[in-house]
Ligand binder design. Structure first.
Ligand code: FES
Length: 121
């Protein structure tokens, strides 16, 4: 049996916490699109990011990676994005799950409007 000293326990705990923090607080990918290319009431996928325009000038961005098992989301229909791997559908107004085996919402990124372009922050 391997003995775990207090020091090793604390080191392991700190390492685990740092890894979880980095995963949760990782930076968003750098993606950019002309605002005019994002349809109002729908979305467009660019460089791993789903850019949506809920109303004119109101943008959101989500990860293209499906939270269910990590496949890329490729189907957009209005404000619904569907991962065709196992057919989980997401509401692009807030990233929530509409239906499917997936339970977790889409990862949302901050967006900035920089002149005529929309970028992830
Ligand atoms: S990986 Fe997307 S629904 Fe399963």
């Amino acid at each position: 049996m391997i003995k775990c000293s207090r020091r090793m326990f604390l080191l392991g705990t700190a390492t685990t916490f740092a890894g979880a923090y980095a995963a949760a607080c990782g930076s968003s990918p750098s993606a950019e699109i002309a605002a005019t290319e994002i349809p109002i009431g729908s979305a467009k996928i660019v460089d791993g990011v789903i850019f949506t325009q809920l109303k004119e000038g109101e943008f959101k961005a989500y990860s293209q990676t499906c939270p269910h098992q990590g496949n890329p989301i490729t189907k957009i229909d209005g404000m619904t994005a569907t991962c065709t791997a196992h057919n989980t559908s997401y509401n692009l107004s807030d990233g929530s799950v509409i239906s499917g085996p997936g339970r977790d919402p889409l990862e949302e990124y901050e967006v900035k409007q920089d002149g005529s372009n929309v970028t992830t922050a």
